[in-house]
Design a protein around this ligand. Structure first.
Ligand code: UD1
Length: 363
């Protein structure tokens, strides 16, 4: 190992769950004097998020998503994969990469495979308790797999290291509660419920919350982050809402949302879980029912087993039962405190530097 600056290619496009951890690793590398290049997709979310980090270098490639095995789209997918491996090799040579890190999904497979076939050290990070198939396949071409949650270790055929999932630096430095409340026009002194569905697929949860919120005690305020796809529908379906209910589409101030929250109701995507652990927040976790291999239930179990969260499947909830559970918890500060402490014990604040140290030690 030498201390000279290293050039690291990080593949992290396609979803917030891959992009933000990739950005966190890139920031840590940059801080240590190294040169990261982030490979992202042409999707809007990647363009929007990357624009906020003008000091980082990004390279855009077409997103790759695997169709069903018998789908007629399989042949075009395989051709796109081969093409992407070729262009990844070209990029690795031009950039002079010394290692490749994939943050997950099929978008990571071509650059990791290309790096491996050019003789570079290659790595992937998997943030879920039950890894995606793309990552298990990609791990065949890796030297080491970094994992966000312990149960993932059993799924890979390569050495794994528990690093946690790197979070955006701003999540590690939350604003004050007063500042946070101001951002949403809410009251800093009121007990606050924050609802967020992750970046995709929370219509069922959004509908439950919108119907449950009028049944909550009057002194509770609710920040309901419904996501850009559901915002209009939820607004139309619930024309008369109670005071202290604030509905929004996409939230670009998640640190403020966490700073204001006394309890979070959410899907159990890995980045969201990482963030609520870092913010020491109690939660009610309602896994996305259609997530691949039900990995969100596996993620949520880590938190409920530790006492940090209540895990409830969407099919088992009604607006009434959800309102009762929320009221019971929100009026029981002792229970919330115990859950918050358990959440804190799951946090790995140095996840980004755990990844960079382990990676740099091998090149
Ligand atoms: C439906 C699905 O399969 N989702 C998967 C997807 O997560 P997905 O990317 O949908 O969700 P995550 O919970 O992992 O991350 C969401 C990220 O978006 C941010 N955010 C969210 C809402 C908002 O309004 N503003 C905002 O900034 C959150 O702070 C967080 O950083 O990849 C993750 C990592 O493999 C998996 O664990 C998830 O299960």
């Amino acid at each position: 190992m030498s201390s000279s600056p290293k050039r690291i290619l990080i593949a992290c496009g396609g979803t917030g769950g891959h992009l933000f951890p990739g950005i966190a690793v890139a920031e840590a590398l940059l801080e240590q004097g190294h040169e990261p290049l982030l490979l992202i997709s042409q999707k809007k979310i990647d363009a929007q998020a990357s624009a906020k980090y003008p000091h980082l270098k990004f390279h855009t490639v077409a997103a790759i998503a695997k169709p069903g095995t018998l789908s007629p789209k399989m042949l075009p997918f395989l051709l796109a994969l081969i093409q992407s491996i070729r262009s990844s090799k070209k990029l690795i040579r031009e950039f002079g990469a010394q290692a490749v890190l994939g943050m997950g999904g099929f978008t990571s497979l071509p650059p990791v495979y290309a790096g491996h076939s050019l003789g570079l050290k290659t790595f992937i990070h998997d943030s879920n308790a039950r890894p995606g198939r793309a990552n298990v396949l990609t791990s065949r071409f890796c030297n080491k797999v970094f994992i966000g949650l312990e149960p993932a270790a059993g799924f890979f055929h390569k050495p794994t290291q528990l690093t946690g999932t790197p979070a955006r630096p701003e999540i590690l430095h939350l604003p004050s509660r007063a500042e946070a409340a101001k951002n949403f026009g809410l009251d800093p002194d009121k007990t606050t419920l924050v609802v967020t569905g992750g970046s995709q697929g929370a219509l069922g949860l959004n509908q439950l919350i919108a119907k449950a919120s009028p049944m909550l005690p009057e002194n509770i305020q609710i920040l309901h982050i419904a996501g850009p796809n559901d915002y209009e529908r939820i607004k139309q379906e619930n024309p008369s809402q109670r005071p202290g209910y604030h509905l929004m589409g996409f939230c670009d101030q998640m640190p403020s949302a966490y700073a204001l929250a006394d309890l979070v109701v959410t899907r159990s995507g890995a980045s969201t879980l990482t963030e609520i652990a870092l913010a020491s927040l109690p939660s009610i976790l309602v896994p996305y029912p259609y997530a691949a291999d039900d990995h969100q239930t596996a993620n949520a179990k880590v938190f409920s087993d530790a006492g940090a969260a209540r895990l409830i499947q969407q099919k088992d909830l009604t607006p009434e039962s959800l309102a009762k559970l929320l009221t019971d918890l929100l009026t029981n500060p002792g229970a919330l405190k115990l859950m918050a402490n358990a959440a804190k014990s799951l946090a790995i604040p140095d996840a980004a530097t755990r990844v960079t140290s382990a990676l740099l030690a091998e090149i």
